[in-house]
Ligand binder design. Sequence first.
Ligand code: HEC
Ligand code: HEC
Length: 418
Amino acid sequence: MKLALLLALALQSPPSGTPPAAGDARRILLELSPVPAPPPDPTNAVYANPAAALLGQALFYDARLSADGTVSCATCHQPGKSWTDAKPIGFGLASVSRHTMTLWNVAYNRWFFWDGRKDTLWSQALGPLEDAREHGTSRLAILHLLAEDADYARAYRQIFGALPELAQLPHEGRPVAGEPEHPQQLAWDTLDVETQEAVTRAFVNVGKAIAAFERLLVSRDAPFDRYVSALRSDDAAGSAAYDARARRGAELFVGKARCVFCHDGPSFTDLEFHDNRVPVGELGGDPGRKLGVKRLKLDPLNSRSVYADDGGETGKRKITQLVVDSHGGKSFKTPTLRNIARTAPYMHEGQFATLEDVVHFYDTLENATPEIGSERLIQPLGLSAEERAELLAFLESLTDESLPPELLAPPPAASLGR
Ligand code: HEC
Ligand code: HEC
């Protein structure tokens, strides 16, 4: 969104002020829909390769990619729960420390996780696989599985070429930062550097296939999208078909309630990080983006690494200029609001059980953390009961879970690599 427009909006609608003129609201609403095609990913040569997406889909649903055969990506990102798990905090082999994020429209993101510690979708996918609390497996175990499963082996070969020679290699092993005596690290240390590099490259390919699948998880046909389409073509009957409360809620969203300052664009996120002053959760002490930036810069699998298919070009630009937030607050990634009515509970620790609670929070700032630094966007709104209901009706109108049903389950094994 144009900064000048945002400023004009801010001046027109201080928290207690008047909503923006209809013309401004209309202009901003037109920027929130339609959802374009996901952007290309120059770091992933197979981002739009259908065979890779099919392999990725199979891997996404396969619990054999875990230490005890019980955890797949879909354990926490369940298709029937809008790609979440409905729990405050995710649980795989053990409890993790944050709320499971939805995968809707995930391919539009620039940074991943609540703290942005990953900067590509493929590199993100590699995190949970080797996290002891999630899948708890290792890159060597995964490659052995790929080699031993005829369907996987065929698909992998067709897409990426030969797997590394595995016969002489241990069945487990991965780098474990800071734990030289960890059994996984000791097993990893038995490989020479060249073999480690080849194994990591094949592991990265697993992430790239999963990313190609995740790119298909796009929500773009919600009642709100049909409304904006009608608005764009001055179709009065089409506009009138949109719930009147939701329409007023949309105007609040881009006006008096100021949500669009951060929840901007067709995914309803500016793709960046903010301190929205949400009360600290029970786990507490989450440093958010501050630590995320440090971890991203040190990550051997980040977008400026040799594993990026553009030779690290995009990553060099993206990461080198990155600075830790200067305002001192704890910031988290602005989440998408698409299908938000289906992904309770909310916030990075699942602090709020319902959307009503979220709207109540932004309205009153009850139990908010103190305002730190210069981000003054979060101020009590003082909405009426009717306005709160309108905002909720608008959020509910962002619901569209339609996807080809064949994406909601593993593909037939025989279809892989054909
Ligand atoms: C134990 C539950 C669990 C499992 C298993 C799991 N995830 Fe997640 N996922 C989460 C949680 C929790 C977060 C947020 C974590 C954080 O921010 O630190 C997350 C975040 C993500 C994100 C970031 C979304 C965004 O907008 O930034 C993606 C993408 C994702 N997971 C994909 C996957 C894939 C692919 C797999 C399988 C390889 C997987 N997840 C396995 C719980 C899980
Ligand atoms: C200053 C930027 C900013 C503004 C303004 C803002 N949000 Fe948010 N929103 C965020 C961030 C950042 C998060 C995630 C915070 C966290 O979990 O720590 C969030 C989280 C949410 C969530 C939970 C999403 C999820 O998946 O858990 C909802 C719903 C939401 N906001 C709706 C709104 C509404 C409605 C408004 C206007 C009344 C609004 N936001 C205004 C930045 C903002």
